[in-house]
Write a protein that binds this ligand. Structure first.
Ligand code: HEC
Length: 145
């Protein structure tokens, strides 16, 4: 291999490495917006808006557990969200995504979409990947405890 070709290969790898480091918003668009809509504003009759500051504020100390639990374990059952009922469609677990990507996505939802502070740690997401919360436990968290 001549020097110019190998240099081109190295630069190519660096560029694709840079492209792989996507932002939370880009990861959300690629993995979640098909159901939750552009900018997480929901698709009526399919999946609720994740722009719901009242919900995330009300969740308080359970907020990180709830969002980490949903992305790793999925969600099903009846949900009331912003005056609308969601029922019948189940969200599949997103645990095929790396924990680092799930941290980025969940922080995008909490910090950027809802303008709140925080989001789950990678350690919490890893913990729930090992032992997912049940959908019953998630509903309990969502309704306050
Ligand atoms: C195949 C469709 C689908 C995909 C993909 C999907 N979701 Fe969901 N999601 C749903 C549905 C449907 C619900 C509501 C489930 C129910 O009714 O219990 C939901 C619920 C949620 C909730 C709970 C909302 C609330 O009001 O309590 C969160 C948080 C969430 N999803 C985040 C995500 C994130 C983040 C991603 C991407 C990593 C994602 N979802 C990918 C369909 C999807």
């Amino acid at each position: 291999m001549n020097k110019r070709v190998s240099l081109a290969l190295i630069v190519g790898c660096m560029l694709s490495g840079a492209a792989a480091a996507q932002t939370g918003q880009e990861l959300f668009t690629a993995n979640c917006s098909g159901c939750h809509g552009a900018d997480a504003h929901g698709i009526e009759g399919l999946a609720p808006s994740l722009h719901n500051p009242d919900l995330w504020t009300k969740l308080g100390a359970h907020r990180d557990n709830y969002i980490a639990g949903v992305v790793t374990g999925g969600m099903s059952g009846k949900i009331e969200s912003l005056g609308k009922t969601y029922q019948g469609f189940a969200m599949p677990p997103q645990s095929f995504l790396s924990s680092a990507d799930l941290v980025q996505i969940t922080h995008y939802i909490i910090d950027d979409v809802n303008q709140l502070k925080g989001g789950p740690s990678e350690a919490l997401i890893d913990q729930y990947k090992q032992k997912p919360l049940t959908h019953g436990e998630l509903h309990k968290l969502r309704s306050g405890g």
